[in-house]
Design a protein around this ligand. Structure first.
Ligand code: PLP
Length: 402
């Protein structure tokens, strides 16, 4: 994988000039209009979607090299389409496989905007959604009805980190002729090669670890052979295209992905294990730790962990949690994750759930562990837990719902 990330898509025709010399990195090609030598050539290019430069919306070598390299990371994949955000990737993948009258099975721990899209766009189109327990495994078979067309997975789940039994669900889907889609943003293909595991369409919010520097929005969908043409058609029909500058930033991020993921993963596990020893912490929701639902499946299926997890405070209320987060020196407060910097966020999944109940001993904090010195992060969190304990004060370890 590390070798592929370095060697990937530095094709000679994208890096070499007419004198035969080449640069290391494919440069940024910006384009709307593409010029042809003749009317005949213009017409010929229009007949073949793979014929190279045609019009800016179809991309330039800058976007193609990124898409190609993402495909290379997924053994068995047929191709990758790029999107202006992770949400656009999720919604386009769903529109590519669903039609009016279909039913979608959507995991209850999915990223909230994915749920919102099912309600606000799919439902008015006559596509119904049924939410399912992330721990359902092969039991998904009991939820399949005559209209079920697709199963959407996200593993580990957003905010709560339940690990799904992807192979079991994929096997049931195959037996029933259903399409599977996986939001693989947390693991990336480096930690979970989704297409090789039988998933039909795998989705990345490249905004997170692929770009890796919190400075561009981008999404991708990589498809197996059965769904690639449909995905491409739908994407072109919806007019999606991405900025070559953003694609360049993602390609640059990809070069160091293996190193960064390893560093994020190791530091996050160190912080998670330390948090688990603290009396102010009731539970740590990190897939590599036994308190996380689906931990056994994680150990079986994943090549490692990335840098995002959450922990449940022992009692306290939102004000006590805020005292912890507000005073942190090395953790930013903000959405997204996957950049080189650490982030802390108050999260409240209970109100989002519909198929399962989410109940905890106290409020929840989500952390993204960046590339800072891990001792600095732990010292910062130790001071934060002191502030939390003081703010919790006489309340003691009360039981409250997050
Ligand atoms: C952030 C995120 C998305 C959406 O990505 P954007 O680029 O922010 O639109 C989708 N899925 C998951 C799991 C995410 O964390």
């Amino acid at each position: 994988m590390a070798t592929r990330l370095v060697a990937g898509r530095r094709r000679a025709e994208w890096t070499t000039t007419h004198d035969g010399r080449g640069v290391v990195t494919p440069p940024v090609w910006r384009a709307s209009t593409v010029l042809f030598d003749s009317v005949a050539e213009l017409r010929a290019a229009g007949r073949d979607a793979n014929a190279g430069l045609y019009y800016g919306r179809r991309g330039t070598p800058t976007q193609w090299s990124l898409a190609e390299s993402l495909t290379e990371l997924e053994p068995g994949a047929a191709g990758t389409m790029l999107y202006p955000s992770g949400v656009a990737a999720v919604t386009t993948a769903l529109l590519a496989v669903l039609k009016p009258g279909d039913e979608l099975l959507l995991v209850d721990s999915a990223y909230d905007p994915t749920r919102a899209f099912a309600r606000s766009v799919l439902e008015p189109m006559g596509i119904t959604t049924r939410f399912y327990d992330p721990l359902v495994g092969a039991g998904i078979a009991d939820l399949i009805g005559p209209k079920t067309r697709a199963i959407f997975l996200e593993s580990p789940g957003s905010l709560t980190f339940e690990v799904q039994d992807v192979p079991a669900i994929v096997a049931v889907a195959r037996a029933h002729g259903l399409v599977t889609l996986l939001d693989n943003t947390w693991a990336t293909p480096l930690l979970f090669p989704a297409i090789a595991r039988g998933v039909d369409l795998t989705i990345l919010a490249c905004t997170k670890y692929i770009v890796g520097h919190s400075d561009a929005m981008l999404g991708s969908v990589t498809a197996g052979p059965a769904h690639w043409e449909t995905l491409r058609r739908t994407t072109h029909a919806l007019g999606h295209c991405v900025s070559p500058d953003d694609a360049f930033l993602a390609s640059r991020g990809l070069r160091t992905l293996a190193l960064r993921l390893k560093a994020h993963g190791e530091a996050a596990l160190t912080v998670a294990r330390w948090l688990a020893t603290r009396p102010e912490v009731a539970r740590v929701l990190h897939p590599a730790l036994p308190d996380c639902s689906g931990h056994d499946i994680f150990t079986r299926d994943f090549a490692g962990a990335s840098g995002l997890f959450a922990f449940v405070l022992a009692g306290g209320d939102d004000a006590a949690r805020t005292a912890l987060i507000d005073g942190l020196a090395h953790f930013g407060i903000g959405y997204s994750w996957g950049g080189y910097e650490s982030l802390a966020l108050p999260v409240d999944p209970a109100a989002i759930r519909t198929a399962t109940r989410w109940q905890t001993e106290g409020p929840l904090v989500r952390l993204h562990i960046g590339l800072e010195d891990v001792d600095d992060l732990i010292a910062d969190l130790a001071r934060g837990l002191d502030r939390f304990a003081e703010a919790r004060g006489g309340m003691g370890k009360t039981s409250s719902e997050a």
